[in-house]
Design a protein around this ligand. Structure first.
Ligand SMILES: *[C@@H]1O[C@H](CO)[C@@H](O)[C@H](O)[C@H]1NC(C)=O
Ligand SMILES: *[C@@H]1O[C@H](CO)[C@@H](O)[C@H](O)[C@H]1NC(C)=O
Ligand SMILES: *[C@@H]1O[C@H](CO)[C@@H](O)[C@H](O)[C@H]1NC(C)=O
Ligand SMILES: *[C@@H]1O[C@H](CO)[C@@H](O)[C@H](O)[C@H]1NC(C)=O
Length: 192
C-alpha cells in the first residue's frame, strides 16, 4: 500500500506546479514588479507568463550565456506607479533604465540587494523620499543618474565621503542633482 499511496501523493503535489507555470523566477519577479509599476499595455502584453523565461519580453534583456535578466529598460515608455522591493530578486541585473517616465514613491532600499547593478538611470521621474544608502554599497555600481526627481534628502554624507573622494578612481557617480537640501545647491557628483 505504501508505494502506490506515496506515488499518488507526489503526483498530486507536482501537477499544480508543472501545469500552472514554468516561468523562471526572474519572470515571476518582473510580473510581481508590474503589480506596482504601471506598465503600458502594449509592453505588458508581451510579458506573458506562459513563456519559460522573460527574455523575449519588451524592455527585457537576458545574458548571452544564461536566461537571467541583465537589463530592464523601459525608458520613456509611459511607465508610472512605484518601484517595488521585488527588484532585489533580479540577481543578474546590471542595467536598470527607467528614465523619463512618471514613476513616483520612494526608491526601495532593496535595490541595494542587486549585487551586479552597475548602471542605474531613474532620471526624470517623480521619485521622492530619501535615496537609500544601501544603493551605494553595491561594489560594481558605477553610474547613478537620478536627476530631475523630487528627492527630499541629499546624498548621505557617509556616501559622499566614500564615493566622492573616490580613492581607487574606478567608480564614478556620474550625475545626481535635483536633490535639494535646505538652502543647499541641488547638485552633487560630476556631470557625465
Ligand atoms: C523568443 O523569440 C524567438 C523569435 O521570435 C523565438 O525563436 C524564441 O523561441 C523565443 N524564446 C522564448 C523563450 O520564448
Ligand atoms: C534604453 O532604451 C532607450 C530607447 O531605446 C535607449 O535610447 C537607451 O540608450 C537605453 N538605455 C540603455 C542604458 O541602454
Ligand atoms: C505595491 O502595491 C501593493 C498593493 O497595491 C501595496 O500594498 C504596496 O504598498 C505597494 N508597494 C510599493 C513599494 O509601492
Ligand atoms: C504623474 O503621476 C501623478 C500621480 O502620481 C499624476 O498626478 C500626474 O498627472 C502624472 N504626470 C504625467 C505627466 O502623467
Amino acid at each position: 500500500m505504501r508505494g502506490p499511496l506515496f506515488l499518488l501523493f507526489f503526483i498530486s503535489l507536482s501537477i499544480p506546479f508543472t501545469l500552472v507555470s514554468t516561468l523562471s523566477s526572474d519572470g515571476h519577479s518582473l510580473l510581481s514588479l508590474s503589480k506596482n509599476l504601471t506598465i503600458p499595455t502594449p509592453i505588458l502584453s508581451t510579458w506573458t507568463a506562459s513563456e519559460p523565461d522573460p527574455c523575449n519580453w519588451t524592455g527585457v534583456e537576458c545574458g548571452s550565456r544564461h536566461n537571467y535578466v541583465v537589463t530592464l529598460n523601459l525608458s520613456g515608455t509611459g511607465v508610472s506607479g512605484t518601484l517595488g522591493p521585488d527588484i532585489r530578486w533580479l540577481r543578474f541585473l546590471h542595467t536598470l533604465d527607467l528614465s523619463t517616465n512618471n514613476i513616483s514613491g520612494s526608491l526601495p532600499p532593496e535595490l541595494g540587494n542587486c549585487p551586479r547593478l552597475s548602471y542605474l538611470d531613474l532620471s526624470s521621474n517623480s521619485l521622492s523620499g530619501k535615496i537609500p544608502e544601501s544603493l551605494f554599497l553595491i561594489p560594481v555600481l558605477d553610474s547613478v543618474i537620478l536627476n530631475n526627481n523630487l528627492f527630499s534628502s541629499p546624498i548621505p554624507s557617509s556616501v559622499e565621503s566614500s564615493v566622492g573622494s573616490d580613492p581607487t578612481g574606478d567608480r564614478e557617480v556620474q550625475f545626481i542633482d535635483g536633490i535639494v537640501a535646505e538652502g543647499e545647491s541641488p547638485r552633487w557628483g560630476h556631470p557625465g
